[in-house]
Design a protein around this ligand. Structure first.
Ligand SMILES: [Zn+2]
Ligand SMILES: [Zn+2]
Length: 133
């Protein structure tokens, strides 16, 4: 009878079969508590860690505010391109549930802020519509 070698290290004789991937592994490449190979064990542990530390809701909102701020800054650049540098620049800070705060500079700052606010509102509506479904 042929002795199967471990599919992870390829050196020692395989004694266990991984419950996850079905690989035959030796005792050194095996995690007996979970009955999986070390590859799967590391993989599962990483997944478990992700689930163990879910982002708290306020942090998600804070992140959303940052994303909107980033979009506002992109709009600032777009506005600068459209209206000419340095004619107008504006961006919006929106951290729920606070109302959006617009910052602007230059001749067309008002339009730049308006653009940023409009996009922020569109984005919020989009997120709200996606949550409902
Ligand atoms: Zn091995
Ligand atoms: Zn495995």
């Amino acid at each position: 009878m042929r002795i199967r070698t471990c599919e992870i290290c390829g050196k020692r004789a395989a004694r266990y079969v991984c419950q996850e991937c079905g690989h035959e592994v030796c005792q050194f490449c095996f995690e007996p508590n979970t009955w999986v190979c070390l590859d799967c064990y590391n993989h599962l542990r990483r997944e478990a860690q992700v689930e163990a530390f879910p982002w708290p809701a306020p942090f998600k909102l804070f992140l959303l505010g940052f994303i909107l701020m980033f979009i506002g800054m992109i709009l600032m650049v777009i506005a600068a391109v459209f209206f000419g540098v340095p004619a107008g620049a504006g961006f919006v800070v929106f951290i729920p549930p606070l109302p959006p705060i617009g910052f602007g500079a230059g001749q067309y700052a008002f339009f730049a802020i308006l653009l940023a606010v409009a996009l922020a509102i569109v984005l919020i509506l989009f997120i709200m519509l996606r949550r409902r479904t």
